[in-house]
Design a protein around this ligand. Structure first.
Ligand code: ADP
Length: 492
């Protein structure tokens, strides 16, 4: 934006300077043309004056020796004026061709003057005087006709030049008016564009802030570039971390409420349930109970055991025991859990379905501080879910590796099952979310809590070749917690 404002102002200044230069040049051109015209008109006036003086002298010559003849002084005065005028013509600046013409004219005036002085000074010789008078008159007439010719020729050209000069001045004036008329509009338009360029992004930022304020934490600013783009990127980053913190807070609040609820429920349910179960077991042991009534009692006991399991799961999730940290070898814990899982009914081959287990353990894993039982619970949950996702059988791969040098270790449980549907990817760690008919939806929620109690995080991704892959990242020591470092993939 800064660049755009500078370019805009530079363009505006350049336009204004251009208009001013053009205006000054227009005025200069018009002034030069007018000066030339004035000079030409002055020459014209001088020529007219020369003709008038010449005609006066010619009439003096004509009236000589009559009773209308003027005094010799008047004639001399006219001749002198003629001389002055013709010299004056030469005084102006002229191009060479004009100057040559004017010099010829002045020579002719001098010739006329000489002839006249002879006429005025000759006495006695009448014949010679008459001859001189005729000669002077002829020179005067020729001079007059030359001046006449020049005047006729030049006045036509002068008229043409005057019209052209007025045309030029008119055009320049119109153009200047147009420029002066356009410039304010152009400047205003440019100013509007620049001001909009500044205010529009600010309005977008303000409205985005308001949306954030009103609780729309998912709102992001798109399509901004330059300096505002950087501000928008910072805003988006702030909104993202705000959204994440809010989700974490919500999650923590949910867990807190659930913990209290589960504690209360467990207390209220477990005691009467234990009594009912004991009575039912006693009843089922009675030899007098046979047939259908006995089957009903056995089913009741089975259902009570399901409720017990659910209550236990709820308690495990809501109020998991604090971990008892010991130095453990993760490879050993994973190996032990795999052996345990293999004995679970879900791993027992049914029909043609068979679950293969593959191990890919890193040899140089550092020991970590963890609760081995809780770690086992986490892994068992993931393994049983993997088995559930492969009703037709498949392969589960358990992998361990180092993460970020020696600070963290990663345990991956990958399967070749159905994979997690994209639509539920963000929900599977939420308590009570399940897609199974007999599921409780507490397995992954509890797993996540246990991992977080170890300062680690858990994430999920679908494998390109099919199936899901759950990753658990754990710090080598509990101080290197990952929780503050941000959410993992698949976190609610
Ligand atoms: P439950 O097993 O009782 O359904 P969980 O919290 O363990 O509860 O799992 C929640 C949901 O996550 C499951 O219902 C299932 O849809 C999905 N899920 C978990 N593990 C896998 C897996 N390995 N492959 C595909 N989906 C899975």
């Amino acid at each position: 934006m800064k660049k755009r404002i500078i370019v805009g102002l530079a363009a505006l200044s350049a336009i204004l300077v251009g208009v001013v230069i053009y205006t000054i040049a227009g005025i200069e051109r018009a002034t030069t043309k007018l000066e030339r015209l004035v000079a030409l008109h002055q020459v014209e006036i001088l020529r007219e004056r020369l003709l008038i003086e010449l005609n006066s002298v010619q009439s003096d010559l004509y009236l000589k020796n009559t009773r209308y003849a003027r005094s010799i002084d008047t004639v001399v005065a006219h001749v002198r004026t003629m001389n002055r005028v013709s010299d004056g013509c030469l005084g102006c600046h002229h191009v060479d061709s004009v100057r040559r013409k004017l010099e010829g004219l002045r020579d002719r005036v001098h010739e006329y003057e000489n002839s006249l002085s002879r006429v005025l000074t000759l006495r006695g010789n009448r014949a010679r005087l008459e001859a001189e008078e005729d000669g002077a008159y002829r020179i005067g007439s020729r001079l007059a006709s030359e001046l006449d010719d020049i005047t006729t020729m030049t006045s036509a050209r002068l008229g043409e030049q005057t019209r052209a000069a007025y045309g030029d001045i008119d055009r320049t004036t119109k153009l200047l008016y147009v420029l002066l008329g356009i410039t304010p509009f152009f400047a205003t338009g440019l100013a509007i564009v620049l001001v909009r360029g500044v205010t529009r992004p600010i309005a977008t930022l303000v409205s985005a802030t308001r949306r954030l304020e009103s609780g729309d934490l998912g709102h992001r600013i798109e399509g901004m570039r330059g300096e505002y783009g950087k501000v928008a990127a910072s805003f988006n980053e702030m909104a993202r971390s705000l959204e994440e913190s809010w989700r974490k807070m919500q999650w923590a609040e949910q867990i807190l409420v659930l913990g209290e609820l589960a504690g209360g429920l467990a207390h209220e349910i477990n005691n009467p349930l234990a009594g009912i179960k004991a009575s039912m077991e006693a009843l089922s042991g009675s030899p007098s109970l046979t047939g259908e009534p006995r089957e009903i009692i056995v089913e009741v006991i089975r259902q009570i055991e399901r409720i017990e399991l659910l209550v236990k799961g709820l308690l495990d999730f809501a109020k998991p025991p604090a971990p008892r940290f010991l130095s453990v070898n993760v490879n050993d814990v994973v190996d032990g859990t795999l052996s345990l899982a293999r004995k679970h009914p879900r791993f027992v081959p049914r029909d043609s379905s068979r679950i293969e287990v593959a191990k890919d353990f890193a040899a140089d894993l550092p020991r970590i501080m963890a609760d081995p039982l809780q770690l086992q619970q986490v892994l068992l949950n993931l393994l049983l879910n993997a088995a559930d996702a492969m009703p037709e059988g498949g392969t589960i791969t358990a992998r361990t590796s180092r993460e970020d040098g020696t600070r963290y270790i990663r345990v991956t449980i990958a399967d070749t099952g159905t994979g997690v549907a994209e639509a539920v990817m963000g929900k599977i760690f939420l308590p009570f979310f399940t897609t199974k008919t007999k599921g409780t939806g507490l397995g992954l929620a509890t797993t996540k809590r246990l991992v977080e109690q170890h300062g680690g995080r858990i994430g999920v991704a679908n494998r390109p070749t099919g199936g899901a892959e759950f990753s658990v990242i754990l710090p080598v020591s509990p101080e290197g917690t990952l929780l503050e470092a941000g959410a993992g993939a698949g976190e609610p």
